[in-house]
Design a protein around this ligand. Structure first.
Ligand SMILES: [Zn+2]
Length: 242
């Protein structure tokens, strides 16, 4: 079983039979979780909209909790936050190229085109990818050659992801569809969908402008079966068996 809930911005909660995965949480409501299942909390990088020390509070409620943090997140800040709360958590600081065996999940740490990392998680027979700030960021105010360099960097990460997948399909991919990019907003998601086999593509980094989902599907109707339109924070994703 896999249950997915959109929490806020780039944060998604995934419930599997054996564990929970929580990605890039900094605010939003988390439902009551089963305390018997381990909770793996991922942060892709230090930006305020992807990481906050509030994540350490989950330890108080869910003791079987492990943290997978990109190593651009200050170790001192983490230590201070834990000291303040009087906690001693299980923290894994990771870098691109690392792989990590957790009791109920295997994690591959991939690169990003912005700060930090992206995550490929194998758990419960599922393959789940969270992009963090990995995207083909096309800004209208930068030169064409800069945008081309970005595309090259982005493609290299996709090649790495493809290799890691070894011909398998992602069951869920969380990926930025950022309206701030204007006309460039769909470039990265479309390149990703063209390159990487995905069963379910879940948009994120939308700055609460959820109408971007409808615009995406109007422009790219061929992805109607794969692209999941999000309408608001807290939304539970219904997964069709296919
Ligand atoms: Zn971001």
């Amino acid at each position: 079983m896999m249950k997915i809930q959109y929490i806020f911005h780039s944060s998604y909660l995934v419930e599997l039979s054996e564990c929970y995965l929580l990605f890039d949480y900094y605010q939003g409501d988390i439902p009551e979780l089963d305390t018997k299942k381990p909770l793996y909390i991922f942060a892709s990088h230090q930006h305020y909209d992807h990481f906050s020390p509030v994540i350490f509070q989950f330890m108080l409620k869910y003791p079987d909790c492990e943290y997978i943090l990109s190593d651009d997140i200050s170790a001192e800040m983490v230590r201070e936050a834990l000291d303040q709360m009087g906690l001693n958590g299980s923290i894994h600081r990771v870098h691109e190229g690392d792989s990590l065996s957790l009791p109920k999940a295997e994690v591959e740490v991939l690169s990003s085109t912005d700060v930090g990392v992206s995550y490929l998680v194998h758990a419960d027979g599922y393959r789940i990818f969270h992009a963090g700030d990995l995207n083909d960021w096309h800004w209208s105010n930068v030169s064409m050659s800069e945008n081309e360099k970005m595309t090259e960097k982005f493609r290299a990460v996709l090649t790495g992801l493809k290799e890691s997948l070894g011909g398998e399909t992602l069951d869920a991919a969380f990926f930025p569809v950022d309206p701030v990019l204007g006309e460039g907003c769909f470039i990265g998601p479309v390149e990703f969908l063209e390159e990487i086999p995905v069963k379910l593509f879940l948009p994120m980094h939308m700055w609460e402008q959820y109408s971007i989902c409808g615009k995406f599907l109007a422009a790219k109707p061929e992805y109607e079966r794969i692209f999941y339109s999000i309408h608001g924070a807290g939304e539970e994703v219904s997964i069709k068996d296919n």
